[in-house]
Write a protein that binds this ligand. Structure first.
Ligand code: ZN
Length: 275
């Protein structure tokens, strides 16, 4: 599932490549992902022009000259490409936009769980959960003290809170493991057992992990001048590395699967009781 580092890397790429460019053609190929009728996409996107891409939580936002926004939530398996249109089209390519200059912006989704909206710039709040979700982790208004105030409203296990979009948006299963490893906090500890200082440290660790991962993701998804994002996270230090040595202490990384989620952590660096 793309999280902040993937979406920030994709956003940065598109700002360098499509901002200011006109959409020449629009193919809505697999209607199930469209929350705006596919016919509207096909009929009204050609001729429109991209502005600066933005990100909000797990949404990539493409503001358009028509004062509309193409908002894409790639959910579990969404994939973006910006390639020559002659390149083979993935089987589950949902949206293909021909862009002035010749290349094709594609959104593909193997499990078809992603969602694509085309809404007026003032209508983003109509997207489900938009107004009930918490701030984006990278929102400048989310300070360490605001993080602390918000996290104290939750009493569950700390990993579940980090991945709860009502608390803060943009952190998923993979990077929550990395953040907790960075902070040396056990994923299963109830929030109520953590001190204010540890909770502040967790915030700094979350920012540090995003800043560390984003350039690594960027270099893995840009090939020549094309973008071809597929989830590859060879650089991870703990997530899905069960059985491998912890890069900090050398102990074997533990991996637990529950509720169809994999949690990886180091029992030595991330003990069950806070130190
Ligand atoms: Zn360790």
């Amino acid at each position: 599932m793309p999280e902040i580092p993937e979406l920030e890397a994709i956003r940065g790429y598109f700002n360098g490549h499509i901002a200011g460019r006109t959409i020449a053609s629009a193919e809505a190929r697999i209607p199930v992902v469209f929350r705006t009728p596919a016919q509207v996409i096909r009929d009204t996107l050609p001729g429109d022009r991209f502005g600066e891409a933005l990100r909000h939580g797990k949404f990539l936002l493409f503001p358009l000259a028509s004062e509309r926004v193409l908002a894409i939530n790639p959910m579990l398996t969404g994939r973006f490409q910006y390639v020559d249109p002659a390149r083979k089209i993935p089987a589950k390519c949902c949206l293909a936009l021909g862009i002035e200059g010749g290349r094709s912006l594609r959104y593909s989704d193997d499990r078809l769980m992603g969602k694509i909206y085309l809404v007026g710039i003032g209508q983003l709040a109509a997207i489900p959960n938009w107004t009930t979700n918490g701030p984006d982790l990278l929102d400048p208004l989310l300070t360490g003290e605001e993080w602390l105030r918000r996290i104290k409203k939750y009493r569950g296990q700390v990993k579940s809170i980090l991945t709860n979009a009502e608390f803060v948006q943009g952190i998923g299963n993979a990077y929550s493991d990395e953040i907790l490893w960075e902070a040396q906090v056990n994923p299963y500890i109830p929030r109520t057992k953590l001190s204010d200082d540890t909770l502040r440290h967790l915030y700094r660790s979350a920012l540090a992990v995003m800043a560390w991962a984003t350039p690594l993701v960027r270099s893995s998804m840009i090939k020549g001048d094309d973008l071809d994002y597929e989830e590859r996270r060879e650089f991870m230090r703990v997530h899905r590395l069960g059985g491998k040595p912890c890069p900090r202490c050398g102990s074997t990384i533990s991996e637990i699967t529950a509720n169809q989620r994999i949690t990886s952590f180091c029992r030595t660096c991330q003990p069950e009781l806070p130190a």
